[in-house]
Design a protein around this ligand. Structure first.
Ligand SMILES: O=C1O[C@H](COP(=O)(O)O)[C@@H](O)[C@H](O)[C@H]1O
Length: 232
C-alpha cells in the first residue's frame, strides 16, 4: 500500500515535522516552476502546522493556496475553512501567498464549484488532507447522498449535500475536492492527531471500500503515495 507513516511523540514535533515536509516540497516546486500550488484542508486539526509553515523562508509570492473543501459559508465566516487558512497560514512570510477562496458574496454554489474547477485546471502540487472521526476526508462523508457520484466524478470539485451525516455538523452544503482532483497532485499528506483517529486509521487502512470510509480515497486514488503525519 503506498502509505508512509510519520508518527511523532508530541504536538510540537508533529507541527514542525509536517510544516517542514510541506515547505521542502514547495521549495523544490519553486525551483522547478514559476508557481507552486498548495491545497489545504480546514477543520480543527491543521492550524498549528499552517502557523509553523507561515514562517518558512519561501518565495511565497509565487505560491497559490487553495482549498480542499469549503462549507457553504462566506469566506469571512468564523466557521469557514477560508477564514481558518487566512488566520493560520496567510501571515508572517506566507502573507504574500495568493489565496483562492471558493465562496464569495453574490456567488451561487454552482458558480463557486465552476470557479474552483477552473482554478483546478492548474494541477495541485501538494494536497493536505484531514480525516474526521467518522472517516470523512475533504467533504466526502460516509453515507452521504450521492457519495458514489462524487467519488466517480471527473470534475475536481463538486457540490455536496451532507444531510444526515453527523460528521458534517450543521454545515450540510459544501464544496469538495474529488478523487479526480486529488489524483494529479505529486505530494499528498494526511494530518491527524489523537488516539481515536489512530485507531480509526487502522480500520481505514485495513479496507478498500471508500463508501464505508471516504478517507480511503487518500490512498486508493492512483498517483502519489500518502504521507500520514500523526501525533497523540
Ligand atoms: O469538515 C471538515 O473536516 C475535516 C476533518 O476535520 P477535523 O476537525 O476532524 O480535523 C477537514 O479535513 C475538512 O477540511 C473540513 O471541512
Amino acid at each position: 500500500m503506498p502509505v508512509q507513516m510519520h508518527a511523532y511523540e508530541s504536538l510540537t514535533q508533529w507541527t514542525w515535522g509536517a510544516a517542514v515536509a510541506i515547505s521542502s516540497v514547495l521549495g523544490r516546486d519553486l525551483q522547478d516552476k514559476p508557481r507552486a500550488r498548495l491545497l489545504l484542508s480546514g477543520g480543527s486539526t491543521p492550524a498549528p502546522v499552517y502557523e509553523a509553515l507561515a514562517k518558512a523562508p519561501l518565495d511565497w509570492e509565487r505560491v497559490d493556496v487553495a482549498l480542499v473543501d469549503e462549507r457553504w459559508l462566506l469566506p469571512d465566516d468564523p466557521d469557514s475553512n477560508s477564514r481558518l487558512i487566512r488566520e493560520s497560514l496567510l501571515r508572517d512570510r506566507a502573507a504574500a501567498a495568493r489565496f483562492e477562496s471558493i465562496t464569495r458574496p453574490g456567488r451561487s454554489i454552482e458558480e463557486a464549484v465552476s470557479a474552483a474547477n477552473l482554478h483546478a485546471q492548474t494541477p495541485p502540487g501538494v494536497v493536505v488532507l484531514g480525516m474526521g472521526e467518522d472517516g470523512h476526508t475533504a467533504s466526502l462523508f460516509p453515507r452521504m447522498q450521492n457519495l458514489e457520484g462524487a467519488l466517480q466524478s471527473r470534475a475536481p470539485y463538486v457540490a455536496v449535500d451532507a444531510t444526515g451525516c453527523p460528521g458534517a455538523g450543521k454545515f450540510l452544503r459544501r464544496i469538495s475536492l474529488t478523487p479526480a482532483g486529488l489524483e494529479p497532485a505529486h505530494t499528498r499528506l494526511l494530518l491527524i492527531r489523537g488516539e481515536s483517529k489512530r485507531k480509526l486509521l487502522e480500520r481505514v487502512l485495513a479496507g478498500d471500500d471508500p463508501l464505508e470510509y471516504p478517507a480511503r480515497t487518500a490512498f486508493l486514488t492512483p498517483g502519489a503515495p500518502l504521507h500520514i503525519h500523526w501525533c497523540p
